[in-house]
Design a binder for this molecule. Sequence first.
Ligand SMILES: NC(=O)c1ccc[n+]([C@@H]2O[C@H](COP(=O)([O-])OP(=O)(O)OC[C@H]3O[C@@H](n4cnc5c(N)ncnc54)[C@H](O)[C@@H]3O)[C@@H](O)[C@H]2O)c1
Ligand SMILES: CC(C)[C@H](C(=O)O)[C@@H](O)C(=O)O
Ligand SMILES: [Mg+2]
Length: 373
Amino acid sequence: MYLNIALLGGDGIGPEVLAQSVKCLQAVEHSFGHTFSFTKADIGAVAMKKTGEPLPEKTLKICKNSDAILFGAIGTPEYDQNPTSKVWPEQGLFKLRKELDLFANIRPVKVFPALAKLSPLNRGNILDTDLVIYRELTGGIYFGKKKVSKDGAKALDTCEYSEKEISRIAHLAFKAAKSRQKKLTLVDKANVLETSRLWRRVVTNIASSYPEVTLNCMFMDHAAVEMILHPNKFDVILTDNMFGDILSDQGSAISGSIGLLPSSSVGLGHAMFEPIHGSYPQAKGKNIANPVASILSVAMLLQHFDLIEEANAVISAVLKSFAKKIVTPDVLGSSKYGTDYVGDFIANNINDDNDDDLNINDENIGLGKSTII
Ligand SMILES: NC(=O)c1ccc[n+]([C@@H]2O[C@H](COP(=O)([O-])OP(=O)(O)OC[C@H]3O[C@@H](n4cnc5c(N)ncnc54)[C@H](O)[C@@H]3O)[C@@H](O)[C@H]2O)c1
Ligand SMILES: CC(C)[C@H](C(=O)O)[C@@H](O)C(=O)O
Ligand SMILES: [Mg+2]
């Protein structure tokens, strides 16, 4: 297969983890006889320095013309600590998500058996945690009207959702649940917010088209507790933009590190793949960032194009690195292995004979198919 992949490294550790993913994609090309072409483009603070824009036109064009986008991370302390700035790097990501209509952000949360003992939340019931968050990505409070009063003493963010915005991601989440454990949890604040009440009405109506799926509605505050106490009880979580952002970071604490969890963002045409973590600016240039979230995002990319054996080869190589404790220090404090070493190990273990000494089925990380559209 030929794939034209846009590479958006961004800021902080973004380019470092992305470089490991490219090595893995090159290993897939080599082992499975595919051709991937890579086009690098700027986004975030690095793009602002060059052009003044967090998402330059040229980058958007490259993304629109690509089959898929691999994204690193954006954001720098310079802008995080300057709340009065009129432009900031994260706007580049928002514009990209909106322009490409990437309305569904799919974030699997899994506990990897070989790492379960290292999880800060290690208890018996985390072991079979295998849930996936369907986060609405192009609406809600992130994209509603914003205002700051002239004297700067008041600010306003509005949260808006339409039936259409809710129903298109709800269908994806129900389809995912149907192919998994048939449980869907809608997370909202319907006891407070009008938008949440709309979500409940729309999602409850859609549920009748998926009789095999059990729908459960849960308030966000309660969900935060349940996810820590009984993470293995969840299957598919459907939620809005803001709640999905928060719950997925929380999910990573169950897995053991935010450096482990990938995501895909899909719409009707385009698809983007990125770790759930940020630009971790403190680690920039230190070769300590965990590349696994980015590499597993490559596995989701391959699944998206139905390259299932190839995705399994990547997953199998990642699991081998866990089994041999070739991991970065966020996972195992005493580890001496850096970003490059872990990336090289995984890339060097990607081959078309992926179950040589590990059975992928025993430790299948269940990323799920990233899109059903
Ligand atoms: N999608 C994105 O590009 C994205 C996501 C979240 C945050 N951000 C941005 O990143 C910047 C920093 O934000 P933050 O500190 O809240 O979040 P962050 O995810 O960058 O880092 C939070 C902590 O998570 C850990 N961590 C993150 N990535 C890791 C990795 N690959 N390996 C090991 N440990 C890792 C580190 O302990 C780090 O201190 C901000 O500018 C923020 O806006 C970007
Ligand atoms: C960088 C930030 C704006 C972004 C978000 O909130 O969507 C990030 O946290 C994410 O999870 O992708
Ligand atoms: Mg986030």
